[in-house]
Design a protein around this ligand. Structure first.
Ligand code: SAM
Ligand code: GLN
Length: 297
């Protein structure tokens, strides 16, 4: 890092190359790409605009902005926390250490819900998002689908603060109802939904050592771990959903590797659900469990 002190020598390209290598050495997966994001952020420009300025020399002020960002990434802090934001579907969301960084597989979870809504030409729906974190799922549903309201819950007050800010920034706050509490506790008796969706914590406690440092050392534990088998939270969400779903309503859950079959069986065994099925994520893994509340007869 001392090399970075001699600011007169640094062109944009030289700095990107050097930083990329530096991050690679620290075990960061796409070092150069992240360096580009960080430098663009420090220079208040876009990553693509950097390419037009490869030969430009950096000012001392720009280097001073950049240096601490690079140091943070070298300590394996996730890029999204350093930038303070991330993209999720069509939304730009604020993220910090209070919330899980929304993942691509969760975009598919949202897709499945929207697809079902579209196929059935449903309107003015009310959904429940359990463990909303940054608000990614809840906000995408009201942004993209015919939802008049989404109740979005979390057991983390600081996560709910981030989610609330995201709802305001996206201009969607009037249709999201944030509530504090676990499982179905934040609901009133008799409250029912067309959709219940959740991406809860599902990593087994003992799996922590296998996670990347970006996850293990930086993301909230309450967003990741769910007991010795990772199923503690999913189990209670699945078995408790029935009474809160309208007949025919959709339950859509993101699950961890190897957990789909168990959750499907659990849902079947309640006798409250039909059409229990699974969807795969982008890497072909069973990731999303879907089911419908039986119709009243
Ligand atoms: N929904 C967001 C997403 O997909 O990006 C965040 C998902 S994160 C894996 C799980 C979230 O659930 C965390 O914000 C955590 O605080 C919250 N949580 C954990 N246990 C919960 C429970 N029993 N009831 C409600 N929320 C819970
Ligand atoms: N998908 C996260 C991971 O990469 C886990 C988040 C969760 O438990 N829902 O490990």
């Amino acid at each position: 890092m001392s090399k970075l002190g001699h600011h007169r020598d640094w062109t944009v390209l030289k700095l990107i190359k050097w930083s990329g290598q530096y991050l690679d050495e620290k075990g960061v997966e796409r070092g150069r790409l992240d360096a580009e994001h960080l430098l663009a952020h420090a220079m208040s420009t876009s990553r693509l605009d950097l390419y037009l300025q490869y030969d430009r020399l950096l000012s001392r002020a720009e280097l001073d902005q950049y240096r601490p960002l690079l140091t943070r990434r070298a300590r394996r802090e996730p890029l999204q926390y350093i930038l303070g934001r991330t993209g999720f579907r069509n939304l730009e969301l604020e993220v910090d250490q209070a919330v899980l960084i929304p993942r691509p597989e969760t975009e598919i979870l949202v897709d499945e819900v929207l697809q079902w809504v579209a196929d059935n030409e449903l309107k003015e729906l009310i959904a429940l998002d359990i463990g909303t974190g940054s608000g990614a799922i809840a906000l995408s549903l009201v942004h993209e689908g015919p939802f008049s309201r989404v109740v979005a819950t979390d057991t983390s007050k600081i996560a709910l603060e981030v989610a609330t800010r995201n709802s305001l920034m996206s201009g969607l706050s009037d249709r999201v109802d944030f509530r504090f509490g676990e499982y179905y506790d934040p609901l009133t008796a008799g409250e029912t939904f067309e959709v219940i969706v959740s991406n809860p914590p599902y990593v087994a406690d003992g799996e922590a050592q296998h996670l990347d440092p970006e996850i293990r050392e930086w993301e909230p534990e309450a967003a990741l771990y769910a007991g010795s088998d990772g199923l503690a939270v999913l189990r209670r969400i699945a078995t408790g959903a029935g009474p809160y779903l309208k007949p025919g309503g959709l339950l859509a859950l993101e699950v961890g590797l190897g957990q789909a079959a168990y959750i499907m069986e659990l849902l079947e065994n309640t006798g409250e659900f039909v059409t229990v099925r699974v969807r795969r994520d982008l890497s072909g893994r069973e990731r999303i469990v879907l089911a419908h509340r039986v119709m009243n007869d």
